[in-house]
Design a protein around this ligand. Structure first.
Ligand code: ADP
Ligand code: MG
Length: 248
């Protein structure tokens, strides 16, 4: 079983009259429980790919499967339900609601879960705030927290729905190197503890080095797949990106 399967996906954007191809025939399969980095320079298609996996956007062609269910052809409401129950999001700019406390920000995705009692919500919020080391900061608003603490709140908010996948788009890009490493360490600890699949994008070498699996994208195509066993990376170059050795 794969938690995410992408089959021959193309994505075009219209920019005025111009058609921009952000993803070119992407196929990949992600096993449950991995800690996976999508690495590539700015403009290579990382955010587009994460948005498609997260069902925030739909492919121009090709198919996406989440937990072996084909999500193409689902209505916007069905996709919203799928996101609310299966997918946690972490963003580069944290995206916390400034008027809410840390605990209220974590509670936010649970408010539409009518089946959860207030007591059950409270218990979950406390559990995940503790997991990210912020129990003492439950009543703080985002502007009373450091960048690293804000991202910890965002991690707790992503986890509170008990998702099967957490998607993080450049989660360390607004943090200094040491704080970014701490955040990645925390994500990895949680990945090991809960077996939640984490897929994060980055263009930072220190961040990609912490992954178990690496997908390198360049100019909308996958150019390299990496797997780390212990401290050894094995890299496979995707066939299409190998330079041709045609006779001159
Ligand atoms: P990355 O996250 O790796 O920086 P993106 O996925 O944001 O890359 O972008 C991939 C390509 O698609 C870029 O050329 C970008 O300019 C283009 N692009 C992204 N979003 C849009 C959009 N909404 N409209 C038009 N072009 C877009
Ligand atoms: Mg991006």
């Amino acid at each position: 079983m794969s938690v995410v399967r992408v089959e021959h996906v193309n994505k075009y954007y219209l920019l005025g009259e111009q058609k921009v191809q952000a993803l070119k025939d992407i196929s990949l399969s992600i096993e449950p429980g991995v800690f996976l980095a999508i690495a590539g320079p700015s403009g290579s298609g990382k955010t587009t790919l994460l948005n498609l996996i997260g069902c925030i956007d739909t492919p121009s062609s090709g198919k996406i499967f989440i937990n072996d269910h084909d999500v193409s052809g689902k209505t916007p409401d069905e996709l919203a339900d799928l996101r609310a129950s299966k997918i946690g999001f972490i963003f580069q700019t944290f995206n916390l609601l400034p008027v809410l406390t840390a605990a209220e920000n974590v509670e936010y995705p649970l408010l539409q879960r009518k089946a959860l009692s207030k007591a059950e919500r409270r218990e979950r919020i406390a559990y995940f705030l503790d997991m990210v080391g912020l129990s003492k900061f439950a009543d703080h608003r985002p502007n009373q927290l450091s960048g690293g603490q804000r991202q910890r709140v965002a991690i707790a908010r992503a986890l509170v729905i008990k998702p099967s996948i957490v998607l993080a788009d450049e989660p360390t890009a607004n943090l200094d190197l040491a704080t970014g490493k701490d955040i990645l360490q925390l994500m990895k600890q949680i990945n090991r503890r809960l077996n939640t699949t984490f897929i994060f994008s980055t263009h930072d070498r220190h961040v990609m080095a912490m992954a178990d699996r690496l997908i390198r994208v360049e100019d909308g195509s996958i150019t390299m797949l990496g797997t780390r066993i212990e401290n050894q990376w094995s890299m496979v170059r995707e066939r299409r990106s190998v330079p041709r050795h045609d006779a001159p």
